[in-house]
Design a protein around this ligand. Structure first.
Ligand code: 5RP
Length: 266
């Protein structure tokens, strides 16, 4: 791997631990003003100290985030559809030149395996991997799932492995039972999990714990952080699981603001 590529990746996934807490706030690219992100800056800025990287679009970045921010940017470069239409119908919206101008540490797009526009979304990934390889910018592939697709290990391993074979440097996918099979399918490529729709904090922490235990490099969480009643405590709790091997109980204590338990892994 080229020096620049390795250096950018190391800004996102801690090279010492192989772990990462990414904050996903790119939802507006197909969902519009998602609950919690109406004023994106107000929600995101206080969370930045606890995130290792920020997943965001160029428009949101330029509108709501100060350029003095020093966290690595994982730039969402795909779009072109909305929740009102077929989700898999994405194109690449952001040029490699603009990604470089923004100083992106990585680029990201979604891949819809089994979706109506499966081939086009895989071609989008191939295009940004080729461009990223030329300039040393890694690519995070997101295995997006259509409404009708089951999120099980068989499907997610299939989708994630396709992303790896196309050349993705990181994969974001959903947690499922037998998650280690998904991780295994990705070889040396770090796998991080999406949070998905808002669930109870305890469940989101359990999911993060189980994912890391099954070999995930961490999380790329959005709604389960910024739609939480206490987003700062929630990201701190997730961070403890990913970076400090905290148990779910300990993470919950952090979320609830109580005294931390001394125990580690459950
Ligand atoms: C879509 C995405 C999202 O825009 C987002 O990053 C998902 O994060 P979360 O599910 O944790 O809210 O990647 O596929």
């Amino acid at each position: 791997m080229d020096w620049g590529m390795m250096n950018r990746l190391s800004r996102i996934v801690n090279p010492k631990t192989g772990r990462c807490v990414m904050l996903a706030v790119d939802h507006g690219y197909f969902q519009g003003p998602t609950t919690g992100l109406e004023n994106l800056g107000k929600t995101v800025n206080p969370l930045l100290p606890y995130a290792d990287a920020l997943m965001i679009t160029r428009g949101a970045l330029r509108n709501w985030i100060q350029p003095q921010m020093t966290k690595p940017v994982v730039l969402r470069v795909s779009g072109g559809q909305s929740i009102l239409k077929e989700l898999s119908n994405e194109v690449i919206t952001t040029s490699i030149e603009d990604a470089i101008r923004i100083n992106a540490s990585a680029m990201t797009c979604s891949v819809y395996v089994g979706g109506e526009y499966e081939k086009e979304s895989i071609a989008n990934l191939a295009k940004i991997v080729n461009e990223g390889e030329a300039y040393g910018i890694p690519v995070l592939a997101v295995t997006a799932v259509g409404k009708e697709l089951t999120r099980d290990a068989r499907y997610l391993a299939l989708a994630s492995r396709i992303c790896v074979e196309i050349g993705a440097h990181m994969v974001k996918t959903y947690y499922c039972e037998d998650f280690q099979k998904v991780v295994e399918a990705c070889g040396k490529v770090p796998v991080i999990i999406a949070g998905g729709k808002k669930i109870k904090e305890k469940e989101a922490l359990e999911m993060s714990f189980n994912a890391v235990k099954a070999g995930a490099a961490g999380v790329d969480m959005g709604r389960n952080v910024f739609q939480s009643e206490d987003p700062i405590r929630m990201i701190q709790a997730v961070r403890a699981i990913v970076h400090e091997e905290a148990s779910v109980e300990r993470a919950l204590q952090i979320y609830e603001g109580g005294k931390q338990l001394s125990g580690s892994r459950a």
